[in-house]
Ligand binder design. Structure first.
Ligand code: BGC
Length: 366
């Protein structure tokens, strides 16, 4: 009997310690040393399937640890229920602050309400947490600005202002459960809609609305399939000139579809993206992607960690926008970083000279 009690006790200790170390997906300090008396920050990231979020997690952890916090970093691999469970665990552990980049924020409303009730402040990281008043601050980029920059890049590169011949275009927009995707589309269309209306741009598939062009969970595979379908269904007799893509991951899928359809350097379309991933920069240098949007996620992490620090100290964090980000329940005070267009002409200055990437990282990307 005593032995049984002992082994039950042992199992309880093991379960508790596994729970608290996050069981392989990033425990307190994510493998680092637990700092004596340090506060713990729960950081919930959406996925490791794209480079930007890996970098975001790494940057957040580093900045917070520099400030003396323990970090409980978890990735949900784009699974809504997994992320919900991770956040519930963070709340059960009574982390001192939650930083959340949601997979689908509609699934998190009740959990965030609980966080509020038990006094855990929540910061929305890059993606706005919608329909909740449980969020204190938002750290992101000017997301409509990202779309506007993509639209302006296409306008300039395709010479739309002075075009005499129509050019063909297809759209690859972001995930419908991500507010950023909706804003990006709005920004793109604030520039390109007039060219669709006057026939300067022609979309043979007819798919120009957000609902018709959005891609759930930003899936590269779906972008590839959509592109294949467009090429075989609408571009058998003429070339596709422009792929308005909202994400570097889509650009990789589009590239694969174009190569399979026999497109070459000579008739390669303009392809945009977002995130300036190392692979995308390499493709830009090699002429297989035309442009991307560089979002300095190191700066984002620094601003977000500053918000955590201010909340914990009871001071005012740095914000630069108190009007734009209405999540349906409240206008969330935000710090918005500036997105920048990156192409062959300025990539050196933006990401190499600035030290953001090393030249070898780009060469070795695959
Ligand atoms: C981010 C983008 C990213 C996309 C896909 C969006 O919420 O703002 O930078 O490309 O998610 O991961």
């Amino acid at each position: 009997m005593k032995e049984r009690i002992l082994s039950v006790a042992l199992i309880v200790v093991m379960v508790v310690s596994l729970t608290f170390t996050g069981c392989g997906s990033g425990g307190p300090s994510d493998g680092g040393e637990k700092q004596e008396g340090a506060k713990t920050i729960g950081v919930a990231m959406p996925t490791q399937s794209s480079e930007r979020w890996i970098k975001d997690g790494r940057n957040m952890k580093a900045r917070l640890e520099e400030l003396g916090y323990d970090v409980f970093l978890q990735y949900a691999e784009d699974d809504v229920q997994v992320q919900l469970a991770q956040i519930e665990t963070m709340i059960a552990k009574r982390v001192d602050c939650l930083v959340v980049a949601a997979v689908d924020s509609s699934a998190l409303i009740n959990a965030l309400q609980t966080a509020k009730e038990v006094g855990i402040p929540v910061i929305s990281y890059d993606r706005l947490l919608m329909n909740t008043d449980a969020v204190s601050y938002y750290a992101s980029f000017d997301n409509e600005g990202v779309g506007r920059k993509i639209g302006e890049y296409i306008e300039e590169k395709a010479g739309l202002k002075e075009a005499t011949e129509p050019q063909t275009i297809e759209f690859f927009m972001g995930s419908p459960d991500d507010n950023n995707a909706v804003l990006l589309y709005k920004g793109v269309m604030s520039v390109l809609q007039k060219y669709l209306d006057d026939g300067t741009l022609v979309c043979r598939s007819g798919r120009t609305s957000f609902d018709d062009t959005c891609i759930l969970r930003w899936s590269q595979e779906v972008a590839l399939q959509n592109c294949e379908n467009y090429l075989s269904g609408f571009y058998a007799d003429e070339k596709l000139d422009i792929c308005c893509s909202a994400f570097d991951g889509f650009a990789y899928g589009i590239k694969a579809a174009l190569e399979a359809a026999g497109y070459t350097k000579e008739d390669w379309p303009i392809i945009t993206g977002q995130d300036a991933e190392v692979m995308a920069v390499k493709n830009i240098i090699n002429g297989k992607q035309t442009a991307t949007i560089f979002k300095n996620t190191e700066l984002l992490a620094e601003k977000c960690a500053g918000m955590v620090q201010a909340i914990n100290e009871g001071s005012e964090p740095e914000i630069n926008d108190t009007e734009t980000y209405d999540n349906g329940k409240m206008v969330v005070p935000s710090y918005l970083c500036e997105p920048l267009s990156l192409d062959k002409d300025n990539y050196k200055e933006l990401v190499i000279d600035s030290g953001y990437y090393k030249e070898e990282e780009i060469q070795n990307a695959d």
